[in-house]
Write a protein that binds this ligand. Structure first.
Ligand code: N01
Length: 506
């Protein structure tokens, strides 16, 4: 049964209400920025019982972020306590919890409330949650994440397995690992970290590799007490690391991925090749670990321990395709049965879901699922025509790669706030991206996607059903420019039927 909502004052008497969906990195950011901008009327809906998004859900052994911690932090909340250059997942989760508390937004989170329906009706967004709660707001910020819905492989017999079976993003910490024969399916960032962390804790570790990965060597030193003391004393020292890392990642990486002809890509590949040659002693193993596509075509993997781990006496790399799973293990096409106690599916995520399975209905009853039937898209990764006042953070066509998604979300939220403020300042209450602007952007995006490194002939989660990369295919610098100031001519603003909001926030 629906719970009653608070009575709402008439539109003309109130400042706009925002509904933020998701309490992960982007949702926390959205709330903090709303507060700062003077938009105090908002609620954050979160389906789980705590905040943290991907860092709440991914707790597998060895989880770290492969973006340096002083860069993978909010720009306004540097953290002198990071333990390592690449800090572990639990620390990152604790950081988000701490920031949400310190900035006073944690108390605004409504946990255990999955938004199931979100509809634009009579000029307002009305939502309904899994508990039957309803709410209404003027603007929606969908901060629902990208790598969120686990992808389970279509392998015959998975349900027959009698050992413990779980996805890397649903790690079962009750399953004992000491003395266990563990199998891992997949060679993405998750699997590589799991293998490196587990090999010395288990009896045997078998990695089922469908596709080899290029791996860049990185070092992950701990920060010393003296360094942390210096960060506490002089926050500008953290800022310097952040700026330096940001520049290195953007100039040396993000900006070159979008040009498959960039000579820098050759250097990256050379670095990965040298890492393989120098780290793997056995020639046969080395060849089986050697990818047959260009480095950075898939998301580049950074690891300081994988090659060492896979050469341990108790580790095995299986490159024979999986035929099926049986009650005692995995059968490969050569007929071999790999007996296992634990099978981990590090098989990635359904990255085309975004806000779904929530049912989102825009102007005139248009359903987002229908609009996205042939694949999700959004103008500048932010807005979809006919879904006025509905904004996505880290949505479709957003930049992804080996750089900080916090940085990306901060740019996006700054853009959204400018758009909202311009709408209200102009006396309007609705802002809707124009279909022509969206088509123009999408055509340009699709064309540019063809010349990125991601389109050079490998399978990855960056590709859509047609094999075209979906991520932002231009430089990150261009994204920053686009986000710096909305092109208002690409939007229609109006104030149908009800008066505009009385105030334009400063
Ligand atoms: O998932 P993935 P992930 N039979 O999609 C294989 C972020 N992340 O969870 O390559 C056999 O990359 C599949 O094989 P193939 C980061 O953005 C970041 O590892 O398609 N294998 C592939 O090897 C990352 O890119 C961090 O041939 C099957 C693997 O499963 C993203 O999350 C840490 C299969 C899936 O790899 C996703 O990474 C972790 C099948 N039927 C994650 N189906 C850091 O910051 C799939 N595979 C470090």
């Amino acid at each position: 049964m629906s719970q009653p909502t608070q009575p709402q004052p008439a539109a003309s008497d109130r400042s706009p209400r925002f509904l933020v969906i998701g309490a992960g990195m982007s949702g926390i950011l959205a709330a903090i920025r709303l507060e700062e901008a003077g938009f105090g009327d908002y609620a954050i809906y979160e389906k789980a019982d705590r905040l943290g998004g991907t860092w709440r859900e991914n707790t597998y052994p060895g989880i770290t972020c492969d973006v340096p911690s002083h860069f993978y932090s909010y720009s306004f909340a540097p953290n002198p306590e990071w333990s390592h250059r690449f800090s572990p997942g639990a620390e990152i989760l604790a950081y988000f919890e701490d920031v949400a508390r310190r900035y006073g937004v944690e108390r605004r989170m409504r946990y255990g409330e999955e938004v199931t329906r979100c509809a634009f009706e009579d000029g307002r967004w009305r939502i309904e949650t899994s508990t039957g709660r309803t709410d209404a707001g003027d603007f929606v910020i969908a901060a629902t994440g990208v790598l969120h819905h686990p992808a389970y492989p279509d392998i015959e017999g998975l349900e027959d397995f009698e050992g413990a079976l779980f996805h890397s993003a649903r790690w079962d910490h009750d399953v004992p690992l000491a003395d266990a024969r563990v199998g891992v399916v997949g060679t993405g960032s998750s699997a590589i970290q799991i293998v490196a962390a587990l090999v010395d804790r288990v009896e045997s570790l078998t990695l089922f590799q469908r596709t080899a990965q290029w791996i860049a060597a990185v070092e992950n030193p701990a920060y010393t007490d003296e360094e942390k003391q210096e960060f506490r004393r002089r926050p500008e020292a953290m800022r310097a690391i952040r700026d330096e890392t940001a520049r290195a990642f953007v100039d040396g990486f993000a900006n070159v991925l979008v040009d498959a002809d960039s000579p820098v890509l050759g250097l990256i590949e050379q670095n990965c090749r040298e890492n393989l040659e120098q780290s793997v002693a056995d020639a046969d193993l080395r060849e089986r670990l050697r990818p047959c596509y260009r480095a950075a075509c898939k998301r580049l993997i950074m690891s300081d321990g994988f090659y060492e781990a896979i050469q341990r006496p108790n580790a095995a790399l299986v490159t024979e395709p999986i035929e099926g799973v049986e009650k005692s293990g995995v059968r490969t096409r050569d007929g071999a049965l790999h007996e296992l106690d634990v099978l981990v599916l590090a098989t990635g995520f359904r990255v085309d879901r975004f806000v779904r399975p929530m049912r989102v209905t825009g102007r005139g009853g248009v359903v987002l699922d229908d609009v996205w039937q042939s694949g999700p898209f959004a103008y500048l990764a932010i807005a979809v025509p006919d879904f006025p006042n509905f904004f996505l953070l880290n949505g479709p066509n957003s930049p992804v790669g080996n750089f900080s998604l916090i940085d990306v979300a901060e740019m996006q939220m700054g853009y959204v706030l400018q758009l909202v403020e311009a709408t209200l300042a102009g006396g309007a209450s609705e802002v809707d991206v124009r279909a022509e602007a969206t088509q123009r952007f999408d055509a340009e995006r699709r064309e540019a996607a063809k010349s990125t490194i991601w389109a050079t002939g490998c399978r990855s989660w960056y590709l859509d059903r047609e094999g075209l990369p979906t991520a932002w295919p231009f430089t990150l610098d261009r994204f920053r420019q686009e986000m710096a100031r909305p092109r208002l001519e690409d939007y229609a603003m109006r104030s149908p039927e009800r008066p505009a909001h009385g105030r334009a926030p400063s």
